[in-house]
Design a binder for this molecule. Structure first.
Ligand SMILES: Nc1ncnc2c1ncn2[C@@H]1O[C@H](COP(=O)(O)OP(=O)(O)OP(=O)(O)O)[C@@H](O)[C@H]1O
Ligand code: SF4
Ligand SMILES: [Mg+2]
Length: 321
């Protein structure tokens, strides 16, 4: 019935310095031509998850377990050499800040053609043509001229667009976007989302990390909610927004919240997430949970049970179902 996912992440674990578990058994699928929203408070492990998949962790970070199947290969075990062949060609990443992805000392031409050439996708002249087209596609005026400028000469919005052009120019099968529209104004945000939508319509799978429920509702098909390095709920996007199940999702999204057309941020929840180097016993959310009535909440961790279409890692949800 359902086709094989484009990316299938299972039980991903990433630690820092051996004792801090930032990603603690994360699993999700990304489908071709669909977008997966990844939401959760600051520090919940969204970026570390994405960096683990791309093989670009900070030096002290280590992947200690799991699988990430993509095109018949496990991204977590293929090694840096093969990963370099995948990265930037089949999988591209867009960051919150363009300065993370772009080198200010190189022209846009160099940055938008270098990886095409490195991957042997086309000739230099073709790469240049594709780069100019991609810059035009992201709404950069006069791309033939602009391609000769340096990233630092561009405004923030233009730089963000140039980074997206850089990610899109190889037509990757999977695009990982980590809060790509946080640093730009609303008009540019809408243009960027429309561009990503075109890409999705052409079959690219997208992971969209976002704090913005309006963006998630507008753009994403599926969603995962992360808390303390774990996925606590997985569901189709609309269903999650209309009827969140996990008490953390309920708190974060607000129950029955109206998101029609407006850009809404996630809501703050009283209390703060646990120190990831000293996780509480039991459900990691229990110190903040208003429904933590079951003794198991404080002693045992519920894992996601695969249900029809959605699942939540919560003892109470499991009992109520
Ligand atoms: N370089 C690092 N060294 C040590 N620990 C780190 C490092 N980067 C991240 N962490 C740990 O991993 C946790 C998750 O960080 P991550 O950047 O993935 O959060 P996030 O969900 O992307 O948050 P935000 O919404 O603020 O971007 C942090 O709370 C921190 O404990
Ligand atoms: S398992 Fe218990 S503490 Fe955790 S979210 Fe569910 S009700 Fe709350
Ligand atoms: Mg982040």
């Amino acid at each position: 019935m359902s086709e094989e996912p484009l990316l299938s992440v299972r039980d991903l674990r990433t630690t820092f310095g051996g004792s801090l578990t930032a990603v603690d058994g994360v699993s999700f699928d990304v489908r071709r031509g669909q977008a997966l929203a990844v939401v959760g408070e600051s520090g919940s492990g969204k970026s570390v998850t994405m960096r683990s998949l791309m093989g670009i962790l900070p030096r002290t970070g280590r992947i200690t377990g799991g699988q990430a199947m993509f095109g018949g290969r496990d991204l977590l075990s293929i090694g840096e050499k093969e990963l370099r062949r995948v990265r930037g060609r089949e999988i591209a990443m867009v960051f919150q800040s363009a300065m993370e992805a772009m080198n200010p000392t190189l022209t846009l031409e160099r940055q938008l053609t270098e990886h095409q050439l490195w991957h042997g996708l086309c000739t230099k002249a073709e790469a240049r043509k594709r780069a100019i087209r991609a810059l035009g596609d992201v709404g950069i005026p006069d791309p033939e001229k602009r391609i000769r400028t340096y990233a630092f000469q561009l405004s923030g919005g233009m730089r963000q667009r140039a980074m997206i052009a850089m990610a899109m120019v190889t037509e990757p099968a999977l695009l990982i976007a980590d809060e790509p529209t946080t640093a730009v104004d609303v008009t540019v945000q809408r243009q960027i989302l429309d561009l990503l939508k075109d890409l999705k319509d052409r079959g690219t799978g997208v992971i969209m990390v976002t704090h913005d429920l309006g963006v998630a509702r507008y753009f994403c098909d599926d969603a995962v909610v992360m808390y303390a390095g774990r996925v606590v709920e997985r569901a189709p996007m609309d269903r999650l927004l209309d009827d969140p199940r996990h008490p953390y999702s309920v708190g974060l999204l607000g129950s029955g919240v109206e998101v029609g057309g407006r850009d809404l941020p996630l809501k703050p929840i009283p209390g703060s997430p646990p120190d990831l180097s000293r996780r509480p016993a039991g459900c990691p959310f229990h110190p903040r949970c208003t429904r933590a009535e079951m003794p198991r909440c404080g002693t045992e961790q519920e894992t996601l049970t695969i249900g029809p279409g959605r699942d939540a890692a919560c003892w109470k949800v499991a009992v109520d179902a």
